[in-house]
Ligand binder design. Structure first.
Ligand code: NAD
Length: 333
């Protein structure tokens, strides 16, 4: 069987996923929709598929699934529409910026009984996945502390910030998901601090650019997350899991892994410039997993529920930063 997929939204991440589909023998991209004609045509031309409207895609015979890569405020409606049509849905994070809206959307998906997979690509990064496997295999004993560092190379455009839902819902949400993935149990409380240190205009757009989050599980396991919207040295993506018998680390990755030693010292190449290159393998593996879900009927993972739980952590962090206190997750759910 060849899995027939349609792409909704041909922007930054849509193009990455179109590329991933092209590398899967059992899948084919049959159509792309984007109100921006040039964006849709570029993908259609590159991957040999048709440009279509969302309505035309909804009416397509034999379509197995859609990839929703449109702006966040369109996700929940599109998920519901295609779930009701019985299509498998892959949707970029987050499902919505509003927790209640996410819950009603997931209810529709449950009733439809169709798979919904969320775009938490970092779970599929080979390095982070290897850390998780080692944790599950007990290689560091009982997990006690998780540390996640995630810094973008530079600020996104302010038009993006305005519709993003803010740094916690847009950026930290990936780290909230990875934290849950590595801790192996749910977070009980969240304490966050947030500042504008990179560019004062971020405050005018009602957002922060520098945040630190401390989370604790019911058993007292701890997790820290540090985010910045600007790292002078590139896209900084590292994590560490400390346990009762050892420690696991996933270091920054570079396009080439070499080191030059000379009389000036030791020099390594720059880090990856951003997510499109750093997580290329992860995006390929996540779309492979989505196709396997359709082919083999396996449960979609990460799920809509994972999306909901990560967003709930973002809400707790926002509340904590604004109110200057530790927030219990029981206040959010
Ligand atoms: N997982 C990740 O690493 C990752 C990375 C970037 C973005 N994202 C998420 O992906 C989504 C898109 O982000 P982006 O950076 O690609 O944005 P983008 O602005 O580059 O692309 C969005 C595209 O969707 C199109 N569009 C708008 N409304 C549409 C509609 N109703 N139907 C079809 N197309 C429509 C726009 O014309 C645009 O081309 C966001 O929700 C974002 O949070 C995830």
């Amino acid at each position: 069987m060849t899995v027939k997929l349609a792409l909704l939204g041909a922007g930054r991440i849509g193009q990455v996923h179109a590329h991933a589909i092209s590398g899967i023998r059992e899948a084919t991209l049959v159509a792309v929709a984007d109100p921006l004609e040039t964006a849709a045509s570029a993908v259609a031309h590159k991957y040999n598929c048709q440009v279509a409207s969302i309505d035309e895609i909804a009416g397509m015979e034999g379509l197995n699934g859609v990839l929703i890569c449109t702006p966040t405020n369109t996700h929940a409606d599109l998920i519901e529409r295609f779930a009701r049509l019985g299509k498998a849905v892959f949707c970029e994070k987050p499902v919505d910026l509003d927790l209640q809206r996410v819950k009603t959307c997931l209810e529709v998906v449950r009733e439809a009984g169709t798979p919904l997979m969320l775009g938490f690509n970092r779970r599929f990064d080979p390095h982070f996945a290897a850390v998780r496997k080692a944790v599950v295999d007990g290689r560091v004993g009982t997990v006690e502390q998780v540390s996640i560092t995630s810094r973008d190379p530079g600020l996104p455009p302010f038009e993006y910030i305005d519709v993003s839902g803010g740094i916690f819902r847009d950026m930290t949400i990936h780290d909230f998901d990875i934290a849950r993935f590595l801790l192996g149990e749910e977070v009980a409380s969240v304490q966050a601090t947030a500042s504008v240190l990179v560019d004062p205009r971020v405050a005018e757009h009602d957002d922060f650019d520098t945040v630190t989050v401390v989370m604790t599980t019911a058993d007292g396991k701890q997790c820290t997350i540090q985010n910045s919207r600007r790292a002078a040295y590139g896209y900084d993506q590292r994590l560490e899991v400390f346990g009762s018998t050892g420690m696991l680390t996933a270091e920054n990755q570079r396009p080439v892994s070499i080191e030059l030693a000379n009389s000036d010292g030791f020099t390594r190449p720059q880090l990856h410039d951003f997510f499109m290159t750093r997580y290329m393998d992860a995006y390929a593996a996540e779309i492979r997993a989505f196709v396997d879900t359709i082919l083999e009927g396996t449960i979609a993972s990460p799920s809509g529920e994972d999306g909901l739980l990560a967003l709930a952590l973002a809400e707790a962090a926002i509340k904590s930063a604004k109110e200057g206190r530790k927030v219990q997750m029981s206040e959010i759910h």
